[in-house]
Design a protein around this ligand. Structure first.
Ligand code: M6R
Length: 613
């Protein structure tokens, strides 16, 4: 979690870092701070609360200079407060540091440092790192040596950025493990550092990504990339083709609203270059699928967390139906703790928007060690999940800033559909006619999603009626069962309404007892193979006095008779329905939270990238 920004060059670092931090606030927002080298001394401003608060502090009490580093925090050790906010300064005032990660042995290190008479000013684990660097500096090490010696002593996964009055012409950045990325942005006579691309994209689109166990010594004119023991490494400059404009809110009230509305265009981008209409072929070039004999694959495991796991559950239906390969979906945080049965006859697909989710990366590593083929479906370019995989499919939807995932849910659905067709093709399961039918169905998605988005006003009316409810039950079956889970997650995470999701067929085994006038039921029942079953389950809910919101296919009269309120989606093939059905549910959750005046983009207790276990 946490966002990091750094700058070195001739400009004043403060506004650059402050603006960069605003773009990273989605990573954590309980406190923030900036440190600048001002001539010979370190100036720090930090406070609890959001970046706006830090901005006010800086206007009252400005600091100027270069280099500088900044941080927005998601607390792991120590409450959100000024004293626990980063940057943290060393005991002699010569080193200042921002950190992303957890020092697993910090208690031992803290005791050792305290025994040497070093006083701690915060409850954070991070403070041990900065004091260690300062100790090594004081003992005569160069800044680079001090950082290297320190990194050799801390356990866990980390991204750090350090500056020092002793060597004011450089910034040192390092990455160990998967606690979040470190990316260096190349400028002319200046360089940038960040945990994520959006923070610095307005300044440069040329970036170098640090791998685990790498560090960089960055001056305004030069970058030296090396291993943690100082062996130089050649670096590859990657050009980022994200549009910096898509990382700003524009005329929308919230990023989430903008990202919901971007989906028609974003899914066009997801499809771009992936379908060869002349011969009905799917092209997923970065997947390296030809390195695997698909006919020898006995099963696929999808590992992911939260919204990404819901996408995986839809993927199970798609891959099993189209490619006839058994698929299991695992919550990544559970996967590695049960000695999972995976081997080289299986493909493990990790799905992750950020590509930095610690649980997902750990599950990938577990599967890799057991010999499985590893693929990923990822949005963030250059992220660990992209790099650790043998092949990847990029979501191609641009940065997603709202903590509640929207376009990074529909994009993997499109990717999984394409993958299912490609796998079926490799297994020779599809005749030309079925292949081109499947392809034509997926190519209609952006238009159909556009139609769903045009109906926002109707969904707002439903939101108005239900905004004050305290509980709600989402029901779905078959391929739309994960959509019930996703709809409920969207509502609960941004509106704090208790929304529970259930496979509709399970109702009679317990949850039906919950239904009364206070517990509305939202039933997802477009025309699909589970439609008739859904009808009878909604009848059962209605018979017990439940108010019903029904999500149905345009023109469905039977659904309309049952629904107190309706959410409509256009007619589509059943395998496409989930991509459409989730749109009104995203819009509903968004407007309920916005009507309640809640902080939609940064809901309480959450962060966009969950880089801790
Ligand atoms: O970056 P990832 O896709 O790996 O994130 C996984 C989950 O943390 C994420 O999907 C989360 O559930 C959503 N932000 C919820 O909307």
């Amino acid at each position: 979690m946490c966002g990091i920004v750094g700058y070195i060059g001739d400009k004043d670092a403060t506004p650059i870092i402050l603006e960069g931090l605003k773009k990273l606030e989605y990573r954590g927002y309980d406190s923030a701070g900036i440190a600048i080298l001002d001539g010979k001394s370190i100036q720090v401003r930090r406070d609890s609360g959001k970046i706006a608060h830090l901005g006010e502090l800086l206007s009252k009490d400005p600091i100027h200079g270069s280099p500088g580093i900044g941080h927005t925090r998601w607390a792991t050790h120590g409450e959100p407060s000024e004293r626990n906010a980063h940057p943290h300064i060393g005991f002699n005032g010569q080193v200042v540091l921002v950190h992303n990660g957890i020092v697993e042995n910090y208690l031992d290190l803290k005791q050792e440092l305290m025994a040497e008479g070093i006083q701690f000013n915060s409850e954070t684990d991070t403070e041990t790192i900065v004091h260690l660097i300062e100790s090594y500096l004081t003992a005569g090490n160069s800044l680079q040596e001090a950082v290297q010696n320190t990194l050799a002593r801390i356990r866990g996964a980390h991204g750090i950025v350090v500056i020092s009055t002793r060597e004011p012409e450089k910034i040192i950045a390092a990455r160990i493990g998967n606690a979040g990325g470190v990316v260096i942005g190349l400028g002319k006579g200046e360089n940038y550092i960040a945990s994520d691309i959006p923070a610095i994209l307005e300044h440069t689109n040329e970036m170098i990504f640090l791998e685990s166990q790498q560090m960089a010594v960055i001056t305004k004119d030069d970058i030296k990339l090396m291993t943690l023991n100082g062996t130089r490494i050649n670096y590859k400059i990657e050009k980022i083709d994200w549009d910096p404009i898509s990382a700003v809110k524009g005329n929308y009230r919230h990023f989430m609203q903008k990202e919901i509305h971007e989906q028609a265009r974003a899914l066009t981008d997801t499809l771009a270059g992936r379908i060869d209409f002349s011969n009905s072929n799917i092209q997923l070039n970065t997947l390296n699928i030809d390195k695997i004999d698909i006919n020898k694959i006995t099963g696929i495991k999808i590992i992911a967390c939260g919204t990404a796991a819901h996408a995986g559950q839809v993927g199970k239906y798609l891959i099993e139906s189209i490619a006839r390969i058994p698929v299991e979906v695992d919550i990544a945080s559970e996967f590695r703790y049960r000695d999972p049965l995976v081997d080289k006859s299986q493909i493990v697909i990790a799905i992750s928007q950020s590509g930095e989710t610690a649980d997902t990366l750990a599950a990938m590593e577990e599967a890799r060690q057991k010999g499985a083929h590893i693929w990923s479906i990822v949005n963030a370019i250059g992220s660990q999940a992209m790099r650790l995989a043998e092949g990847f499919i990029s979501m191609q939807v641009g940065p997603e800033i709202g903590v509640a995932s929207t376009k990074a849910f529909t994009a993997p659905l499109v990717d999984l559909y394409l993958l299912a067709v490609l796998l079926a093709d490799k297994k020779d399961l599809l005749c030309d006619e079925s292949k081109s039918k499947l392809i034509s169905q997926i190519s209609m998605v952006p238009d159909l999603v556009g139609t769903c988005l045009e109906r926002e006003a109707e969904v707002i009316e439903v939101a108005r009626k239900y905004k004050d409810i305290e509980h709600i039950l989402y029901l779905g079956r078959g391929i739309n069962m994960p959509i019930a889970y996703e709809g409920a997650l969207k509502l609960k995470e941004i509106s704090y309404i208790h929304a529970e999701a259930y496979p509709a067929g399970e109702m009679k085994h317990g949850p039906i007892a919950l239904i009364d006038k206070q517990m509305p039921v939202l039933a997802i029942m477009p025309k699909d193979p589970w439609y008739e079953k859904m009808l009878s389950q909604v009848e059962q809910a209605k018979a017990r006095g439940g108010k019903t919101i029904i999500l149905a296919t345009d023109g469905d009269k039977r659904a309309k008779e049952l629904g107190d309120d309706m959410l409509w989606i256009p007619e589509a093939a059943w395998m496409i329905n989930p991509i459409l059905a989730v749109i009104p549910l995203q819009i509903l959750a968004y407007h309920i939270a916005a009507m309640k005046g809640l902080d939609v983009d940064q809901p309480r207790n959450l962060a966009k990238s969950v880089t801790v276990e």
